[in-house]
Design a protein around this ligand. Sequence first.
Ligand SMILES: [Zn+2]
Length: 379
Amino acid sequence: MYKATTILLLSIAMTIFLCCTSCNEHKTTSAIDDWENMSNKDDGDDNTDSSDSTDLDTKSHFNIRGIVARWSDVSNPAKIDYIQIAKDNGINTFSIHNADRNSLVWQNFAEKCEEANIDIEYQEHMLAYVLPRDLFAEHPEYFRMNKNGVRVNDANGCPSSKGALAEIHRNAIEIARNYEPTNNRYYFWLDDGGDICYCDECENYNASDQALIFENEIINALKEINPDALLAHLCYHNTVDAPSIIKPSEDIFLEFAPFTRSWNAPLSQTWVKASGSSLSHGDYLKALKDNLKIFPTETAQVLEYWMDVSLFSGWDPGNLVKIPWDNSIFLDDINTYASLGIKNITCYTAYVGPDYVNKFGDISFLEEYGQGLLNYKSK
Ligand SMILES: [Zn+2]
């Protein structure tokens, strides 16, 4: 009897101990710890992706949770420590403008990103670099014809020019060798706001078709140096409409950037049209759906502006404006994107740097952004 009682008491004590340990773990483990420790868990949840339980991202709907920033925004960790913010909140991709990539400080930054499993990529308007403007004197036929029938070198080029495509092919390889992303995702966007070619051979191509002719050439070039390369087709400005004739190479992914939407209302309010915009939220969503009929959904990506201080400040760093961040709008938007199958989201944080911290202090939107994407569950 004594022995049985002792065993019973020991058993109860062990149960209480185990329970307390478990409760303790539960109480002290944050969502962030859950994310960081995910590789040690095998909790048999209902995740349908059984491919690799060690993948930190298997629990998040969103594979890419990125930001697009300037080097001056991210290079002063004493003021704003982007790497720590990313680690704490599940942000896993940085696109960085204007870093001196030969500097020690950059190399140190890149190493820390690698240790934190943060990918580095380079999102940029590139046509002027792969088709240098100074070729115009010798080869005006490489460049676009304006609506008056005159060749001009103000932007982009003539995608029907074999010579232009050869030049673009050669230069894309050269540039890609110097700007190697860690996630195989390359960006050679058309010139920002640039018009297209109206020559006889191009007249049936819309802007997205013309972009795709360049992009199909560029992805072929990139494959010569990186068989895993993927290339963005930026759906933005005059390329919002889906291509009508040209088909994308299978390794071109859609990048949807709703530049003139309103950030004061979610995209799900389809009737909203921002002041000065020709497109309502409904128009943008229709364009996204149309594009997703042509580009793969799995690799498609959204480039948003919820945290783009440069946009809200009119690109004047001397007149920084507090961003109109509204977490409920952001969460509604990512639900809209997820409902269309989007799994990759990145957002400008240009001008969210040391000066922004000095002026406004609060940068908790970066945490809400990362956590919102990390913890998103489809409704
Ligand atoms: Zn043309």
